[in-house]
Design a protein around this ligand. Structure first.
Ligand SMILES: [Zn+2]
Ligand SMILES: [Zn+2]
Length: 367
């Protein structure tokens, strides 16, 4: 089994260190993936800063693409070595209460193993000097190689460039899925997207793919508003203009669908103020799990529906190939989302830039 150069988080709040880790051996149902591109997402940043509890030392990274190197025993999918794959961070058992209720994101095994950060069998797949090392979300893609459950390796066409394929695995799936899978947006609807980072820009595109009549992008940053218009927003406004714009577009009702992807209390409050009575709100952002967020009670009334979603209702085996095809056919923009391509050694600087809000996505490229 190979050794891999990896970014290792040994202590929260400290920079990751570039180390060589041992990969393997493969257990039943495992797939060895050579990572070719891995992008930096806010959830990794939460793990680095400690607001998301992950057992350490760990290799982070959960938005990635690569190719299949080797299949472990008892792999039942049609994957073969050389296949190009996008990694899904929501492997699920398929048989628990939540899987049977079509909510794989809540899979009992998935959530039960998440903090431990090993695989479903409770055992590690990585080690360093014979000491076990954890993997974020069953992936750990800030490494040259990673071992993933077979359900997490989703084949996409060879024409799909690795760096853009990586984006599909988390942010793009979450944003597009919020519009198309969670909000059930209908043709002609007035949609609003609050917060125009990678997830929000993807939500704007999801609204366009679902044929929204108007798409109002909301962000305090003028550069991001301009980007949102490139991505299909029909209007791009500052937060304090958002409610008025939604009303003007809808004979004073408010937006049919509001997708929040800013992750700040003011964004959550705005989402319910801007949606129409009976409309649908989707929250994608988050604040600290112990933090309280206040609402004007009246803004929550009138049959409004609110769903908090982590992965946009993803069905990765179905959705990743669809998203890849949309990109290859020119219907989904990904090139413009990549702010920087960096070496693994620059990963700490990449996260600092993400935290400062300077980048949409930085992508670690592996040679
Ligand atoms: Zn993510
Ligand atoms: Zn399950």
């Amino acid at each position: 089994m190979p050794k891999a150069r990896a970014a290792v988080l040994r202590r929260t709040g400290a920079p990751m260190t570039i180390e060589t880790v041992d990969v393997g051996p493969l257990a039943p149902g495992d797939v060895l993936v050579r990572v070719r591109a891995a992008s930096l997402c806010h959830t990794d940043l939460e793990a680095i800063e400690g607001s998301l509890a992950v057992a350490l030392p760990a290799v982070l990274g959960h938005e990635a693409a690569g190719d299949v190197v080797e299949l472990g025993p008892e792999v039942t999918t049609s994957l073969k070595p050389g296949d190009r794959v996008v990694l899904s961070w929501n492997p699920h058992c398929g048989t628990c209460f939540y899987c049977e209720h079509a909510q794989p994101i809540l899979c009992t095994q998935y959530l039960g193993n998440a903090a431990q950060a090993f695989h479903f069998d409770g055992r590690p797949r990585l080690s360093c000097d014979a000491a076990p090392m954890h993997q974020l979300m069953y992936l750990g893609s800030f490494a040259e190689y990673c071992i993933v459950p077979e359900v997490s390796a989703v084949r996409v066409p060879d024409a799909m460039p690795f760096d853009r394929a990586a984006l599909l695995g988390c942010g793009v799936m979450t944003g597009v899925g919020a519009a198309t899978r969670i909000a059930s947006l209908r043709w002609g609807d007035t949609a609003m997207v609050i917060g125009c980072g990678a997830v929000g820009l993807s939500a704007v595109q999801g609204c366009a793919l679902a044929s929204a009549g108007a798409i109002v992008a909301v962000d305090p940053n003028p550069a991001r508003r301009a980007l949102a218009q490139e991505f299909g927003a029909t209007h791009a406004v500052e937060p304090d203009e958002a409610v008025d714009v939604a009303r003007v577009l809808t004979q004073d009702r408010g937006a049919d669908v509001v997708i929040e992807s800013a992750g700040v209390p003011a964004g959550f409050r705005l989402s319910v103020e801007a949606v129409r009575p009976g409309g649908q709100v989707v929250w994608l952002g988050k604040v600290g799990v112990q933090q309280e967020v206040a609402f004007r009670w009246g803004s929550l009334m009138q049959e409004k529906r609110i769903t908090r979603s982590s992965y946009g209702g993803a069905r990765p085996q179905h959705d990743f190939p669809l998203l890849a095809r949309a990109y290859l056919e020119g219907r989904l923009k990904l090139d413009e989302m990549i702010s920087a391509r960096i070496d693994l050694a620059a990963i700490n600087d990449g996260f600092a830039a993400l935290k400062r809000g300077e980048t949409i996505r930085s992508v670690v490229m592996f040679p």
